[in-house]
Design a protein around this ligand. Structure first.
Ligand code: RAM
Length: 344
């Protein structure tokens, strides 16, 4: 778990710098007006997160911007306000019409974007999914933050440790169609069934990666399940909203909360005893790697075939694995002992 912590910590520091740099520009989209691919030889890269306003994607996209600046390309970030299944379609169509060289997408739905993505690819745009994949035939590469098995297991291990491996738990997820959360939830269920017979998953609810919806769903979970011992929220929006609810409720310290969160959003709740431990990878590095992958595809250095290798700046060389997937690393656990080392 700590193997990558040096590289992780360095990336976290850079994440802060990059995030501040992005904020200082006063714009999330400084490549939009000249984002077309025609003309110059600059690689144009557009990031399309699940939704705007989520600190997780602000950090990942800042990593992408840092990479694009390093290789002298043009960066843009666009996206919907809400994480709906087809809310990203119009942004894909626009990017294709502009002729951007590489489109980097975290998909709200595995299939709803496919027609648009494939039309963009036919028009010459390389499509990289990151964070949340589409069906593999709709993109050139998927940059995976960690294996789905590893992400599921760390969350099951943490909740089992925090509730004495017994009792009722619930899941507060993101949008109901999210490819990443749904893959993790399936594997969480498998792990619980195989290895934790005394933990009972009594409910799975969806906060849509919206803060208020996630907050309200937390309240409803506690009301509906008076014996609840723990909540697993595999989304940074969900876990922070749930922590905010729990922190002022009678359930604080009695109902465990874990899942996937950013250190900045969770710090206060770890310090006030609402949350013991949660996990994540480094979103800044995820965006950085995704931008370099997009450039390697756009330059024709790789096609996305298994065994292809490419350089990703200060992260070094990566190799494309099965199903045109590139793996960033392992999830990392944050708790009171280490959370102050991380700023994103
Ligand atoms: C939210 C999003 C994102 C997911 C993280 C953990 O920010 O749902 O897709 O990877 O949580």
């Amino acid at each position: 778990m700590r193997i990558n912590s040096k590289r992780f910590a360095a990336g976290a520091a850079l994440a802060l710098v990059a995030t501040l740099g992005l904020a200082a520009c006063g714009s999330d989209d400084d490549g939009g007006s000249d984002g077309g691919g025609g003309g110059g030889d600059k690689t144009t890269v557009t990031f399309l997160p699940k939704n705007l306003g989520n600190p997780y994607f602000e950090t990942s996209d800042a990593g992408g911007k840092r990479a694009v600046e390093e290789f002298g390309g043009t960066f843009a970030e666009v996206g919907p306000d809400t994480a709906g299944p087809d809310a990203q379609v119009s942004y894909i169509d626009t990017a294709a019409a502009q002729g951007v060289n590489a489109l980097i997408v975290s998909a709200n739905d595995p299939t709803a974007l496919c027609d648009s993505l494939n039309a963009a690819r036919e028009a010459g745009t390389k499509v990289v999914t990151f964070d949340s994949d589409t069906d593999p035939e709709c993109r050139d590469l998927f940059i995976n933050q960690a294996t789905a098995e590893g992400i599921a297991k760390v969350q099951v291990d943490m909740i089992a440790e925090q509730i004495g491996d017994a009792g009722e738990i619930a899941i507060l997820s993101a949008a109901a169609n999210a490819t990443n959360q749904n893959a993790w939830i399936d594997l969480i269920k498998e792990d619980l069934a195989a290895n934790h017979p005394n933990i009972k998953l009594v409910d799975t609810v969806y906060g849509d990666d919206d803060d208020q919806t996630s907050f309200d769903k937390t309240a409803a979970l506690l009301a509906d399940h008076p014996n609840l011992k723990g909540i697993v929220s595999p989304t940074t929006v969900g876990i922070s909203a749930a922590a905010r609810y729990l922190s002022t409720s009678a359930s604080k310290g009695k109902v465990a909360l874990t899942g996937l969160g950013t250190p900045d959003q969770m710090r206060d709740y770890v310090k006030d005893g609402t949350v013991t431990e949660f996990a994540l990878w480094n979103p800044e590095e995820l965006g950085y790697l995704s931008a370099y992958a997009g450039k390697a595809l756009a330059d024709g250095d790789i096609t996305g075939a298994e065994g292809d290798t490419f350089e990703a700046g200060d992260l070094g060389e990566f190799t494309v694995g099965a199903d045109s997937t590139v793996l960033l690393g392992d999830p990392f656990r944050f708790n009171a002992d280490n959370i102050d080392e991380f700023h994103f």
